[in-house]
Design a binder for this molecule. Structure first.
Ligand SMILES: [Zn+2]
Length: 135
């Protein structure tokens, strides 16, 4: 087994330890779009730290994750649910929602209007500064 592979495996294992708590928190719904009855995966909100960090993890569906991974496939209208997700009491959900809104705000007035309403705690603000823009 290569070193890189072992590392990936360890990380995956670390994340799967969070799975149970995350499933409880999200009540089996995508924490962004609230789809249920779909497959959910652990997603780490950037910046990715050396050790998997539970407080950076969210459970999201493949439809959300697919578009985050390939921003060129983003369908702005799909993300209208962000008007709800951005008020989440779960910080990584809020951070990911605002990151998406910032990406969408360039071309979508509804997204920039939502960004004007969002309220961020100082530590959330400090986190957002470290999140690279999607591209
Ligand atoms: Zn989703």
């Amino acid at each position: 087994m290569s070193k890189g592979h072992a590392k990936h495996h360890e990380r995956h294992h670390g994340l799967s330890l969070f799975g149970k708590d995350l499933v409880r928190r999200c009540s089996s719904k995508c924490e962004l779009c609230e789809a249920h009855g779909v497959k959910l995966k652990v997603f780490e909100v950037p910046p990715i730290e050396a050790e998997p960090n539970f407080d950076h993890c969210i459970m999201i569906c493949e439809a959300c994750q697919g578009q985050i991974d390939k921003p060129r496939t983003i369908d702005p209208n799909y993300w209208r649910f962000l008007d709800n997700a951005m008020w989440s009491s779960v910080p990584p959900v809020k951070i990911m929602s605002v990151t998406m809104l910032r990406h969408l705000a360039d071309k979508n007035d509804w997204a920039s209007e939502l960004l004007e309403q969002v309220y961020l705690e100082p530590d959330e603000d400090a986190w957002l500064v470290k999140v690279p823009p999607l591209d």
